[in-house]
Design a protein around this ligand. Structure first.
Ligand code: NAD
Ligand code: ZN
Length: 250
């Protein structure tokens, strides 16, 4: 059950805002069947992401890293956007949402039709050779024998996602910073806000004068410290309902 009072409050804040930015995390895709890192079930009960998803594991024990990656690839390839992804795409079309900074690597914001998407942690949609740079879509990578190798030079390959131990691409960092300092409302959706530097964006936005609102069934370190309030609930349900309210204005 979603809290209608909180939803009405959020709809009003969206009406009042002129430049909205969303920061999304793994919780955004839970309703698409992709498990979050810290939630129940899914891959992460088997694999510690900070170990299996560390760049050194991929470099020095690629067969180990690819066991987790291949399962994650399969999960992502069959996932579809949920009503939350579509609602954000709709908010962008309505001229309300300026950009989405996403920590997700599943590409579902793009599939749902969002255009301004900053992939803070890259994505698992493509894979590049660590020796010659040759890039192919993940769907073309054979996962029959692990680790997969480059079709051109037989070198080691890596998904175009940011691994633990790697720096955030400077373009994504710069654009996120820019959007965070210029928005007047930041929606923080489905993130536990513990992975840095992504988790610093709400504070940057708040310090630059924006209102910060969380959408999450659970509180985070931002709650009552950085965010003005939290709409407790699943993001698909909450965002779908908010967009319905906004559309009934028209
Ligand atoms: P997290 O796993 O740390 O936190 C998930 C958050 O989502 C929690 O706060 C939880 O309460 C909330 N949540 C659970 N169900 C929800 C729902 N239906 N609606 C809204 N919120 C819900 O995820 P994180 O903060 O994004 O950080 C972990 C890292 O995990 C990120 O860097 C991301 O790259 C990576 N990751 C990505 C995916 C993906 O691409 N879908 C999946 C797993 C992990
Ligand atoms: Zn190569």
């Amino acid at each position: 059950m979603v809290d209608e009072t909180a939803i009405a409050r959020l709809a009003q804040d969206i009406r009042d805002a002129s430049r909205i930015v969303a920061l999304s995390g793994a919780g955004m895709s839970v309703e698409s069947g992709i498990a979050s890192f810290r939630g129940p079930g899914g891959l992460w009960e088997k694999y510690d992401p900070e170990e299996y998803g560390h760049i050194d594991t991929l470099r020095y024990k690629p067969e180990k890293a690819w066991i987790m990656l291949s399962e994650m690839q399969r999960e992502i390839l069959k996932a579809r956007p949920n009503p939350g992804h579509y609602a954000l795409a709709e908010l962008e079309k309505m001229g309300k949402l300026r950009a989405i900074i996403t920590q997700n690597v599943d590409g579902l914001h793009h599939v749902a039709g969002s255009r301004e998407v900053i992939e803070f942690h890259g994505n698992l949609q493509s894979v590049s050779c660590m020796d010659c740079g040759h890039q192919v879509p993940s769907s073309e990578v054979s996962l029959e024998s692990l680790p997969p190798r480059c079709a051109k030079c037989n070198g080691p390959v890596k998904p175009d996602a940011v691994f633990f131990g790697e720096a955030i691409p400077s373009d994504a960092l710069m654009r996120s910073h820019q959007e965070s300092t210029t928005c007047d409302l930041m929606l923080v959706i489905g993130t536990s806000a513990v992975v840095y530097p992504a988790a610093s964006m709400p504070e940057i936005a708040r310090d630059a004068g924006a209102k910060v609102v969380e959408i999450n069934p659970a509180e985070s370190p931002l709650t009552r410290r950085i965010s003005s309030y939290i709409v407790k609930g699943a993001s698909g349900e909450v965002l779908e309902r908010v967009v319905q309210l906004l559309k009934s204005d028209r």
